[in-house]
Design a binder for this molecule. Structure first.
Ligand SMILES: C[S@@+](CC[C@H](N)C(=O)[O-])C[C@H]1O[C@@H](n2cnc3c(N)ncnc32)[C@H](O)[C@@H]1O
Length: 291
């Protein structure tokens, strides 16, 4: 595949399909947790693996499904980890995961066959900007570290609002920009996004809140940057040898294309402390309800 000629969607798919084994399986407890997100550290979830799974519990708590029959959308489901986990925890609920990647759908279905004891998960190849679900269909929708990949954050919210039932809840978890970026920080964010196969960017927190308020009520924003800081620290440490490797490759190879190098995406985690210390990005859990 010619990376130069890829369109935005292809870039996202290419990135995720290339990095499952080399990144998540190798460094992120991929098979153990099926997580493509940060760990949520708190009391009772101290190890990295516990924290990765605890992020799923956190989503479950925000969904407030408890013992109810509910249909939940996992918008940008990765390999299905959160839906499979919550499907086992909430047997009366049904979880439907969608993603752009065929490989992820295949893996999610395979893992669901092996691990979803209640058989209450389904996974489909679908764009969350333009789903084929009927209006007023879901009781809850969650986007766990996936809204950054939306070409237009407002249109994403509009589509989620359409498919949610009245009384349904949207949950958005992930990084957001909290302060205006100067030219240097614009570059830092750009490099990070390219490294993560993202042709777009983190949402801007204030814009996101405004868009949500335009469609939903009861918008609650929780700053959970401290809960994920250990995951980010881990990613930063892992990045160090890769930064050395790609620097050497760049130095010794004439035709080296940094962004084609699979090691580049592991290296860009070195930028996260800059984003955090500059105060330009934080990590949030936002909920809102459809009236
Ligand atoms: C960082 S991963 C998070 C995966 C999962 N939520 C988790 O926490 O393990 C982002 C996911 O969003 C998906 N995604 C990105 N853009 C999408 C779109 N337009 N429609 C559906 N899924 C999308 C990617 O394919 C990927 O599965």
């Amino acid at each position: 595949m010619n990376v130069h000629k890829m369109d935005a969607k292809e870039m996202i798919i290419y990135w995720y399909e290339r990095h499952w084994e080399a990144g998540f399986v190798k460094w992120w407890k991929g098979y153990e947790t099926l997580a493509l997100h940060d760990g949520y550290h708190e009391k009772g979830a101290r190890s990295f693996e516990e924290a990765l799974l605890n992020m799923n519990d956190f989503v479950g708590r925000l969904l407030q499904i408890e013992d109810k029959k509910a249909i939940i959308l996992d918008a940008g489901c990765g390999i299905g980890g959160t839906s499979i986990y919550l499907g086992n925890k909430y047997p009366k609920a049904k979880f439907i995961g969608i993603t752009l990647s065929k490989k992820q759908v295949k893996l999610a279905r395979k893992f669901a066959d092996e691990r979803n004891f209640n058989k209450n998960t389904e996974f489909y190849l679908m764009d969350y900007m333009e789903t084929s679900f009927p209006s007023n269909y879901f009781d809850g929708v969650f986007a766990l570290e996936s809204i950054s990949y939306a070409p237009n954050k407002k249109d994403f919210i509009k589509e989620m609002h359409r498919i949610l039932k009245p009384g349904g809840r949207i949950i958005i978890i992930g990084p957001a920009i909290k302060k205006r970026l100067n030219d240097f920080m614009k570059k830092v964010h750009l490099w990070y996004n390219i490294g993560r196969g993202n042709p777009y960017s983190f949402p801007v927190l204030n814009d996101l809140i405004e868009y949500l308020k335009g469609y939903f009520s009861n918008v609650i924003v929780r700053d959970i940057s401290r809960n994920i800081v250990w995951s980010e620290a881990r990613a930063t440490l892992i990045a160090i040898p890769y930064v050395v490797i790609i620097t050497l490759k760049k130095f010794f190879s004439k035709n080296y294309k940094i962004w084609k190098d699979p090691h580049f995406y592991l290296a860009v985690a070195i930028l996260t402390p800059i984003m955090a210390i500059s105060g330009t990005a934080g990590y949030y859990a936002i909920t809102a309800d459809k009236e």
